[in-house]
Design a protein around this ligand. Structure first.
Ligand code: PEP
Ligand code: MN
Length: 340
């Protein structure tokens, strides 16, 4: 917290403020500049800062008090030093293992989801993904199979023995999707849908929260805070690319987010190289880079026949490509002291 003194503050005023701050048990650091004197308050607790700031600002010798507060708390590393591990039916996200989630953008039919589920499990993926409610940019694009898609995904996960992650788009569907999903996904377009965040915050299911495509890291962590403030602390953050001036890729995958969020927050961070690039050719390199950067997991779109996919075929790996990538990822993980 920083106290900026008025131009007319006297030595006596400075002493009085320092005494008051010390009497509360905090340290002071006085810095006298040519034009301004500022007093740094050391060790003030976040919960006391706002009140103290208001009290000090009432003094005529004080021009302004700047309480240096992170706007999020439950999601912050200050609040919880050790990294959070989220156990989903025995699969731990945020531990030493890099957890790979894979599957189609959208669940399309039983045969295709079963085939994909078996193949990704055999390749060592730990969680099956698939959209049943799809947030499509155009209202004329395939919107997903709805509850029928949830049933097919649930069945496929159960048959091969993988937990499932699927998106919930609407606060009114949280209860329905929760009956099937092991992890609730909040898509990029809904990161700032506060009623939806509040609703998933009331459940006790892990939430895979994707970064808004135009959101800052601070806004992203505040969205996590929304969920956590409702009592659900099982939030997995996902960097999935942001909008920039660049048109050559679908989005710009901000891999800096991985080490940066690990510094700011105790929550696990995973990366989506499929939406982050929009082109299957770029997915393997960015997946490997994400693991090298310290990602706790990946979410990758895989389709048995990308050329026939009803959504996101251009960014989906086919099964042989996914198998090859998994072998390569294991080596990168080992090189950075982790496993897959
Ligand atoms: C998805 O995972 O299929 C999806 C729609 O992702 P995003 O919200 O990141 O676009
Ligand atoms: Mn998709």
């Amino acid at each position: 917290m920083v106290i900026v003194l008025s131009d007319n503050a006297t030595e006596r005023d400075i002493e009085l403020i320092c005494e008051r701050v010390r009497s509360l048990g905090y340290g002071v650091n006085v810095s006298k500049g040519v034009e301004k004197t500022i007093i740094g308050v050391i060790g003030a607790k976040d919960e006391h800062k706002l009140l103290l700031a208001q009290q000090l600002e009432s003094l005529p010798s004080v021009e302004r008090v700047i309480p240096i507060l992170k706007p999020y708390k439950l999601a912050s590393r200050e609040w919880k030093k050790e990294g959070t591990q989220i156990n989903v039916k025995g699969v731990v996200i945020g531990g030493n293992e890099v957890v790979v989630m894979a599957g189609p953008c959208a669940v399309e039919n039983e045969e295709s989801i079963m085939l994909t589920a078996r193949a990704i499990k055999a390749a060592n993926a730990k969680i099956l993904r698939g959209g049943a409610f799809k947030p499509r940019t155009s209202p004329y694009s395939f919107q997903g199979l709805g509850e029928e898609g949830l049933k097919l995904l649930y069945q496929a996960g159960k048959e091969v023995g993988l937990p499932i992650v699927t998106e919930v788009l609407d606060p009114r569907d949280v209860e329905l999707v929760s009956q099937y999903a092991d992890i609730l996904q909040i898509g990029t377009r809904n990161m700032s849908n506060f009623p939806l965040l509040t609703e998933v915050g009331k459940t006790r299911l892990p939430v895979l929260l994707k970064r808004g495509l135009s959101s800052t890291i601070e806004e992203f962590l505040l969205a996590a805070e929304y969920i956590m403030s409702r009592g659900n602390h099982r939030v997995i953050l996902c960097e999935r690319g942001i909008r920039t001036f660049e048109q050559a890729t679908r989005f710009t995958l901000d891999l800096t987010a991985v080490p940066l969020i690990h510094e700011l927050s105790h929550l696990p961070v995973i990366v989506d190289p499929s939406h982050g690039t929009g082109r299957w050719q770029l997915v393997p390199a960015m997946a490997k880079a994400a693991v090298a950067a310290g990602a706790d997991g990946l979410i990758i779109e895989v389709h048995p026949e990308p050329a026939k996919a009803l959504s996101d075929g251009a960014q989906s790996l086919n099964i042989p490509m996914f198998q090859t990538l998994m072998r390569e990822l294991a080596k990168v993980a080992e090189a950075v002291g982790r496993s897959i």
